[in-house]
Structures are given as C-alpha cells and as structure tokens.
Design a protein around this ligand. Structure first.
Ligand code: AMP
Length: 615
C-alpha cells in the first residue's frame, strides 16, 4: 500500500476522479506517509544513493555504492553552498559528466539566498518539477477540509516571472517559480476546479512587471464576483498589488467602463488574452471607482472581491512584518500559509491552514527528500544570531538527527539530501518542532540563519550589511568624520519598503558634509549589496531607495542602556546590526538629526557578474 502511495517520481494526483475522490486520495497519501515517515525516509535515501552511486561527488567522498543511513552519515560531510561551489561552477561552465547527480541537470534554479553577492545556483533535474507539482496537488485537498466551495469559484493570484540567464555552458538559470510557470505543466493545466485562476497565463508570463500587474488586476476586477480566494506567493507581493491598485485604479476603471485596454499595455499576447475577459461594464466601473475613491482603503479586498474567503500568502518568517497591513486591507480575513519550499527542494505543507499566522506549522512530506536536523542554540534575542560553526567536525556531525527523532520544542537547522544532487546540504533555515502529525514532526519556521534585513525576497545577512556600510563609511575620512556606530531597520510602513540605516557619526564640523555626499553614501551601500537586493530595486521595484538617518551623539549608548534594562549583560552586549523592536525604533527615530535617500538606481543585470564579464 505504501509502495503505491510513494511513487518513485510522484506525479500530480490524477484529475480524472471527482473532486471528492481526488481530495480523499491526497489526504490518504498524507496519512500514509506521515504514519510511515521513517520507513519512507529510509527508502528515499536509499533510492537517491543507489541512483547516484556512480556520481563523482559520492565516489569522491568514499561512499562506495553504500545506500544505508549508517554509512551515509559516517562518510558524507555536512556542507554549505560554498563547499559545493567548485562543482556547481563546473556544471555551469558546461561539464555534463555525472558530477552530483546521475540524471542530466536540466537547468539551474536561482535562489534568493546569495553567495559572494550573487544568487546561489541550484542544479535541478526534470523529474523534480513533478515532485514540486505533487506537493502543490496536496494543498487544495487540505484546504477544502476547512473551507467548502473552493471548487466553485476562482482564485485571484498575482504571479510573476523574472528574467532568466544562460550559464556559459548553456544551461538556463532562473527562479524556481519562473521555471514552473513557463513549464508545459503550468501552461497546459488540466481543467481542474482548483487551478481556476482569474489571471490568464499570458498575463503571468509577461516579463514587464507593470503590464503583468496591470493586466492581472484588470482581469481580477472584471471577475470580482467569482473570486473566492486571493493571494500571491509572499505577503510582500500581495501588498504590492494593492499599492498598484491604489495608484492605477483610475486607468483600470476606464478600461472596465469602455471595454478597451490601456495603450500602455503593449504586449500583444496579454492584450489578446485580456480582451477575452474584458467587456464594457459601466456598472462595475462605477462600483470600483466608488470603492477606490472613498478615502479609506480599510477592507478594500472584501469590498472589491466580496466573496473572498481567505488570503493565500506566506506571512511566516520575515513576511510577518506585513500582517498588520494585510489585516487592514482585508478586514482581518484569514491569512493562509500553505507551504514551505525553496529552490533546493520543496519541503512541506501546512495541515491546519486556518490557524493564526503566529501558529503556522509545516509538516515536512517525507517523500520530497531525505531530511536531517542539526540542533541549534540561540544567543540573546537582541543579537539574533545563531551560534554554530560553519564546518562541522565528526562529533558535531553526529548531532544530526533524523526526521522522526526531532524533539518537541527544540530548534534545528534543516539539512537536505535531494534527488537533484545535494547531499547533507544545509539549507540555512531554522525550524522549531511544534508538534507531530502521526510520526512526522511539524515545524514552525523561525528564521533564515543570519538574515538581518529583508523587504521582499532579498535576504541580507550581517556580513553583507557590514561590508556595504564599510564601503560607504570609508569615504567619511575625507570630511574628518567617522562612523561611531550603526544599525539598520527594514521599514515597510510604506510600499515599497526600504532599508534604513541609523548612523551615529563623530564629526568635527557637522556642516562640512553636504547632503549630496550622504546621498552618495546611500548609493554606495546599495551598489555594495547583493544582486537580489539590486534586482528588487531596479527590475522588480519591490524595494525603495535606501535611507541613512543620522542620529545625535550618544544615541547608541542610550540603546545599550535600554538593552541593559531589558536584561542584557553588559559584558556580552553588542550593538544589534538590525532592530525590529518598536520601542528601540522609536528611540532611534526620536534622535534623528537628518535623513538622506539614495538618488540613483544601483547597477543590475540578469545573470551572474562573472558571466556578464565573460560576454
Ligand atoms: P528561494 O531559495 O529563493 O526559493 O527561497 C527559499 C527560502 O524562502 C527558504 O529557505 C526560506 O528561508 C524562505 N521560505 C520559503 N517558504 C517559506 C515559508 N512558508 N515561511 C517562511 N519562509 C519561507
């Protein structure tokens, strides 16, 4: 029975049966694999290792064809992206031998995690797409247990593709969702009531973000009565759509009234697809106009799309900063986080999707990959770093535990072994065990290791921030000034959000530094940040210009005094390089002398820096 429930390369559940039959099949699958989690994991590992026994990587590490857990754990190192980089570069440069995986690498998925300022490149194979699709096919059966009637209406999802590049060896490199939306699986979706979206494929596949957003909103508004759920991948993307509507509802209403598409929408495929949906509808135009111009945007989602039952967006991790805004715009509709996934591998799903955002837990699906867990201990919350070495010695390696052996309440870093050729790879996410579904643990997402700043999919760690600030602060010397202390804050009070740096300076003459110099410092910091940040600024426009706020002398001493009153130890106190706690932000803001914004866009182009320079 389990054999049947765990196909080698899972196909999305059949759509041939009735909705109820398919839902039951999916739920039964979840039941089976969570009961037999350990057995499934053992088989997944054995399958991966036997398939890839002849790969250079497994041979190099001396696995010698063994497929058992014991030998695997003894022999194989626990690694990070940096360890794998030379192999990845060979693949990117065109080496097609079996380096990491026995199956041909079909493309690279570009992660929002970066290495040396560039997106990490995750090799993938064709069948992984089916595995990802399979996880998607479990979501609606789970959701339908809690919200009836979802098969009767439409979903308004704001989905986007990003630009892709080619590696010197000719492999495509693009984000995982772009790869999925461009695949025939997505484009030729069968007539499934759960993938009935308001956005035609052409609007999603349009690379121009303005045209894509405009046309998706237009189609969503035209079908407003039919919409039963709305969403985007991350909360930031959904907020961006609302902000876009705030700016462009006049044009959208005009199109709805006349049944014609604004001339700024020039993509012929988009125009044709939209024209099949858009019909002159003055009544709807009046309604949208009345709602959008009434002054308050509170509850705008439920007003314009009155049958919406929930918002499907990820609000766990750094995305939790958007919860208050989503509550405001939706009159507190349920916020539903359905899944936890990455470019490396799709991990798991939320089996209790109507729970509060703060209680979301993900059940890792044991067929997706082989999972291990490295226990972590956290230092003081204010510092918010994770103390653990980057390279693990033998003793530390022994601490890794299997999926069914994790302990309730304990925090772990996720380590995966995938079908696509990652072995004991540290994903960098910290998870806490919150409970169990049968024998499978469920996890709260705690944080991405070391990430201090994030607005959209950008993930900036302390070292990147430090280097970028240093590059700018180095220029203070010529003004007989220096940077005494700094911290940062991801300000999402307006859309798009932006990075704020609080700088305390030691300066002889405060007037000796003209504003244009500070504006240039902002620009230098932006230029020094990684490519995901610069892409967000330049291409996606999902991040606003970076701001430096100069604070009065003594501000950082006050910050330390504050931390001490909160129980920090004076011996251990370090200035937090990022602040999130409202009283601290208030304190910093109350001491601001002047503030400056970057006036230029940093450099950005698709692909990796070294590929661009090769061309
Ligand atoms: P990427 O490699 O760009 O696809 O980003 C994957 C990362 O996004 C994961 O490793 C997590 O850090 C984060 N992420 C993905 N899904 C979730 C989720 N449901 N909640 C919080 N963070 C998530």
């Amino acid at each position: 029975m389990l054999q049947k429930a765990m196909p080698e390369a899972p196909k999305a559940l059949s759509v041939e049966g009735t909705v109820v039959e398919n839902n039951d099949k999916a739920l039964k699958f979840i039941e089976d694999v969570t009961i037999n989690a350990d057995e499934v994991q053992k088989r997944v590992l054995s399958k991966i290792l036997s398939r890839s026994a002849d790969t250079e990587y497994l041979r190099r590490n001396g696995l010698n064809g063994c497929t058992d857990r014991g030998t695997f754990k003894k022999v194989m190192p626990v690694i990070t992206y940096e360890d794998l980089k030379p192999d990845i570069e060979r693949i990117a440069n065109g080496d097609t031998s079996q380096i990491l995986c026995s199956h041909p690498i079909s493309e690279f998925l570009t992660s929002s995690g970066t290495s040396a300022g560039e997106r990490k490149l995750m090799p993938t194979i064709d069948e992984e797409l089916e595995r990802r699709l399979f996880l998607y096919s479990l979501l609606m059966p789970v959701m339908s247990q809690f919200v009836p009637g979802l098969d009767k209406g439409k979903g308004m999802y704001f989905l986007f593709v990003k630009s892709e590049a080619k590696t010197p060896g000719g492999l495509v490199a693009r984000p995982v969702l772009t790869s999925y939306y461009k695949s025939s699986y997505f484009k030729n979706k069968p007539n499934d009531p759960y993938t009935n979206y308001t956005s035609p494929n052409e609007t999603i596949l349009c690379l121009d973000s303005y045209q894509s957003m405009y046309s998706q909103l237009l189609c969503g508004l035209c079908q407003n009565e039919k919409v039963v759920r709305v969403g985007a991948v991350f909360a930031s993307g959904f907020i961006r759509a609302i902000h876009f509507l705030q700016k462009h509802w006049g044009l959208l209403c005009n199109d709805i009234r006349t049944g014609t598409i604004d001339p700024k929408i020039t993509d012929p495929y988009v125009r044709e697809a939209v024209s099949k949906i858009l019909k002159p509808n003055p009544k709807l135009a009046d309604f949208v106009e009345a709602e959008c111009s009434n002054g308050s945007w509170k509850g705008i989602i439920t007003r314009l799309w009155p049958n919406t039952k929930y918002i499907d967006v990820i609000v766990t991790g750094t995305m939790s900063q958007y919860i208050p805004a989503l509550d405001y715009y939706s009159n507190s509709l349920p916020l539903v986080c359905t899944m936890y996934a990455s470019s490396e591998c799709y991990f798991g799903i939320n089996l209790d999707p109507l729970c509060k955002p703060s209680e979301v837990s993900y059940t890792l699906i044991p067929t997706m990959a082989y999972f291990e867990f490295l226990p972590v201990t956290r230092e003081n919350e204010l510092i918010s770093t994770i103390s653990e070495p980057t390279t693990l010695n033998d003793e530390e390696k022994q601490q890794l535990v299997d999926l069914v052996d994790v302990k309730l309440g304990q925090e772990y870093e996720l380590v995966v072994t995938t079908y696509a050729g990652l072995y004991r790879y540290r994903v960098g996410d910290i998870l806490r065990v919150s409970g169990f579904k049968n024998n499978s643990p469920q996890f709260n997402f705690i944080c991405r290791k070391n990430v201090v700043l994030s607005i959209d999919s950008d993930k900036t760690d302390e070292v990147e921030l430090q280097n970028a600030v240093k590059n700018a602060a180095n220029q203070l010397g010529q003004f007989e000034a220096s940077l005494v202390e700094y911290t940062s804050y991801a300000d999402t009070s307006a859309t798009p959000g932006h990075y704020v740096l609080y700088w305390e300076l030691s300066v002889k003459d405060a007037n000796s530094i003209p504003p244009s110099v500070f504006e240039n410092f902002c620009f230098t910091v932006e230029e020094s940040l990684h490519s995901v940040y610069r892409q967000g600024r330049v291409s996606d426009k999902s991040i606003g210009p970076l701001e430096i706020r100069v604070v009065e002398n003594g501000t950082f001493d006050m910050l330390m005094d504050f931390a001490l009153t909160q129980g920090a130890s004076i011996n251990q106190y370090k200035t937090p390089r990022c602040v999130k706690y409202a009283p601290i932000i208030e304190l910093l803001n109350s001491r601001v002398i002047s503030s400056y914004f970057s006036q230029k866009y940093p450099r950005w182009s698709p692909g990796q820096k070294q590929w661009c320079t090769q061309n």
